[in-house]
Design a protein around this ligand. Sequence first.
Ligand SMILES: Nc1nc2c(c(=O)[nH]1)N[C@H]1C(S)=C(S)[C@@H](COP(=O)(O)O)O[C@H]1N2
Ligand SMILES: [Mo]
Length: 195
Amino acid sequence: MGIVSSGFHGRGSGNTALPPGQHETRDFPVLTAGPAPLIPLAEWEFFIAENGRRLSWSWDDFMALPQDEITKDIHCVTSWSKLGTVWRGVSLDTLFDGMETTSGFAIAHSYGGYTTNIPVRDLLGSKAWVAWEFNGGPLERAHGGPARLLVPHLYFWKSAKWIHGLELTGAEVPGFWESNGYHLHGDPWREERYS
Ligand SMILES: Nc1nc2c(c(=O)[nH]1)N[C@H]1C(S)=C(S)[C@@H](COP(=O)(O)O)O[C@H]1N2
Ligand SMILES: [Mo]
């Protein structure tokens, strides 16, 4: 059909343009540093920990929580964006419900050892989810299944695959890519790519 992307789109996401320096892809590239861990659902948990306190959910606990349908654009720092991706998962607002916190920062820990740092203000207010479904089916292991963090308003390296939990801290602790030259925050609209 020869349709050339002008860089402007309106597919369900509410966004009308791609962030600067990004191009659209229809594929879903897999980007992982190291092998993909295998986590049986019976062993899976999600935790939020702060000092001595720790909340945790088994897979069944997690499934019993209110679930959101999420349609968002995602932006990889390597310059591809995928528009209007559809997910299902639990809002971080729901997971933080029982956790009164004054911590400013979180470090996301993945099964397999990957970490990424995210300010708590970027996790709350309908901005972030623990997602376990993509395009109506279970999230593929290569893309982080059984569940991954989804923080679509930041570059996609913040969306930690095979998410295990969040550790809340007063000071910002750089994660894996942030210790290797990526920006501490990673807002695609401000091109916070590298530090
Ligand atoms: N656990 C874990 N999460 C991760 C990564 C990783 O290597 N390990 N890579 C990050 C990067 S750099 C990107 S761009 C996205 C890629 O997600 P995808 O493979 O589903 O496209 O996952 C992010 N989350
Ligand atoms: Mo990435």
